[in-house]
Design a protein around this ligand. Structure first.
Ligand code: DAT
Ligand code: MG
Length: 142
């Protein structure tokens, strides 16, 4: 049990659909704090760093293409075990599989959308969170 930070992105589909507020409401409702927030269109360089673990996979190029297609909201979230906790709020990667009650389960669209259009990103470990926060908020203090 520890207070930690996680890096959340409201992806271009979520941003475009006006779901940033809904995502933030769920994060704050859980008791997490917002430490930093920015609206920006990611560069391919940022995305290459962010998604380095997926380089070479079949979905990598479409993912980077999609993520650089428009603005996202990048958020640093802080709270008790919030890396795991936000992953629970987000639900399974594929919105079709995501449980009702989760962001992807409630808001993911199954009509003509691809898996990468799953509204949010959340860091998958404490180490990933530290690495990703450095990419999106290089000037943020500890
Ligand atoms: P997550 O975002 O749940 O951590 P991930 O890190 O495995 O999932 O993958 C990063 C993103 O890539 C994911 O949000 C959507 C996309 N993706 C993952 N697996 C995919 C697949 N099999 N086909 C298409 N897109 C995929
Ligand atoms: Mg991931």
């Amino acid at each position: 049990m520890s207070i930690e930070r996680s890096l959340v992105l409201v992806k271009p589909d979520g941003f475009q659909r006006g779901l940033t507020g809904e995502v933030l409401r769920r994060i704050e409702g859980k008791g997490y704090r917002l430490v930093a927030l920015a609206v920006l269109t990611p560069t391919r360089e940022q995305l290459a760093a962010h998604y380095a673990e997926h380089e070479g996979k079949p979905f990598y190029e479409p993912l980077v293409e999609f993520m650089s297609s428009g603005p996202v909201t990048a958020v640093v979230v802080e709270g008790q075990d919030c890396v795991k906790g936000f992953r629970s709020l987000a639900g399974a990667t594929n919105p079709t599989d995501a449980a009702p009650g989760t962001i992807r389960g409630d808001l993911g669209r199954d009509w003509g959308t691809k898996v990468q259009q799953n509204i949010v990103h959340g860091s998958d470990s404490h180490e990933s969170a530290t690495r990703e926060i450095g990419i999106w908020f290089p000037d943020l203090e500890g």
